[in-house]
Design a protein around this ligand. Structure first.
Ligand code: NAD
Length: 287
C-alpha cells in the first residue's frame, strides 16, 4: 500500500472526464469534496459534466484538451494549476481485426492510450513531487493483462499503460517523492465504449457498472492501494501465464475471451468526425 491521497480539499484532474468512467469519476470525486478539473477532447462533454457537478453544489472546471497533443497539454496544464490526483482515463478503441483497422486508427490508439500518458503525467508530476504528495492513476484494462482478438492495437496500448505505471511506480519509490500510483485494470464496463461486447460467463466475468468502478477507483486513491483489477477473477491471468502457451490459450478460449468482441459496435464516437477522431492532417475532432 502507498500513502493514499484524501480527496476532500484536493484537486483532481480527470482526462476523458466528459463521458463514461471519467464522468463518473468526476461526479464522485466532487461528491467526496474534491475540486475537479475535467479535460476532454469533447468540449460539450466536459461542459456538461462540469455543469452537472456545479448544479449539485460541487466545484468543477473544464478545459477542452486533446491529450494526444503535447503542446496543447502543456498549455492547458499551465492554466489548470497544481493537481493532487491525476487520473489518466481518456482512451479510445478500434475494435477491428489487425488487417481491417485503418493505419490512422492504430496511430490514434497509441497517441491517446499511450503517448498521452507521458505528456499529461510529465506536465503534472514535477508539481506533485515538489509538494511531496499526490497520486497518478493510470486507467489501463484487463486487456493490458491478456491480449484479446480484435484488440491488437487496444490491448497492446493497455499493456504499455500497465508497463508505464509499473516503471513510474519504481521511479517514484526510489526517489522517495511521496507521490503514489494506481493502475486500474477493469474488464468490460457498461459505458458504451465497448457496446456490443458479450461475456460468456457473466457470474465470473460480469460487465461492470461504471458507477461501481468509479467508486472503487476513488477508494483506492484514498487508501493508497496501488493496483485495482476488476472483477477479481482477472487477477488470475498473470498466474495462468505459468501454463504452456497452448494451455493458456485453451483456458482463455474456454472463457470465450476471444469471442467477446465478435459483435462489437462501439459508440458512434468511433466514426469519422466524432469526438477524438483524428483527421488526415493529424488534428482531432473536438465534438
Ligand atoms: N468501457 C470499458 O469496457 C473499459 C474497460 C477497461 C478499460 N477501459 C478504459 O477506461 C477508460 C475510460 O473509458 P470509457 O469506457 O469511459 O470510454 P468513453 O468513450 O465513455 O470515454 C472516453 C472519454 O475520453 C475522451 N477522449 C477520447 N480521446 C481523447 C483525447 N484525445 N483527448 C481527450 N479526451 C479524449 C472521450 O471524448 C470520452 O469522453 C479508457 O481508458 C478505457 O480504455 C474501458
Amino acid at each position: 500500500m502507498g500513502a493514499g491521497t484524501a480527496l476532500a480539499g484536493s484537486t483532481v484532474l480527470i482526462t476523458g472526464g466528459g463521458s463514461g468512467l471519467g464522468r463518473r469519476l468526476a461526479l464522485a470525486a466532487a461528491r467526496r469534496g474534491a475540486r475537479v478539473v475535467i479535460w476532454d477532447v469533447s468540449a460539450d462533454g466536459g461542459r456538461n459534466v462540469r455543469d452537472e457537478i456545479r448544479s449539485a453544489g460541487g466545484v468543477a472546471e473544464t478545459q477542452p484538451v486533446n491529450v494526444a497533443d503535447r503542446e496543447a497539454v502543456q498549455a492547458a496544464a499551465a492554466v489548470a494549476g497544481p493537481v493532487d490526483v491525476l487520473i489518466n482515463n481518456a482512451g479510445v478503441v478500434t475494435g477491428k481485426l489487425l488487417l481491417d483497422a485503418a493505419d490512422e486508427d492504430i496511430e490514434r490508439t497509441f497517441d491517446v492510450n499511450v503517448l498521452a500518458l507521458y505528456w499529461v503525467t510529465r506536465a503534472f508530476l514535477p508539481g506533485m513531487a515538489a509538494r511531496g504528495r499526490g497520486t497518478v492513476v493510470t486507467v489501463a484494462s484487463a486487456a493490458g493483462l491478456v491480449g484479446v482478438a480484435r484488440q491488437t492495437d487496444y490491448s497492446a496500448s493497455k499493456f504499455a499503460a500497465f508497463g508505464f505505471n509499473e516503471s513510474l511506480r519504481a521511479e517514484l519509490r526510489a526517489g522517495r517523492t511521496g507521490v503514489g500510483t494506481l493502475v486500474v485494470c477493469p474488464y468490460y464496463i457498461d459505458t458504451g465504449m465497448f457496446d456490443g461486447v458479450r461475456t460468456r460467463f457473466p457470474r465470473l466475468l460480469p460487465i461492470l457498472k461504471e458507477e461501481a468502478v468509479a467508486a472503487k477507483v476513488l477508494d483506492a486513491v484514498e487508501s493508497g492501494r496501488q493496483k485495482l483489477v476488476l472483477p477479481p477473477l482477472v487477477n488470475l491471468v498473470p498466474a495462468a501465464r505459468l501454463l504452456p502457451v497452448g494451455a493458456f490459450d485453451r483456458l482463455m478460449d474456454t472463457l470465450r475471451i476471444n469471442r467477446t468482441m465478435d459483435r462489437f459496435t462501439g459508440r458512434p464516437a468511433e466514426v469519422p468526425g466524432a469526438p477524438g477522431v483524428k483527421h488526415d492532417d493529424g488534428s482531432y475532432s473536438a465534438g
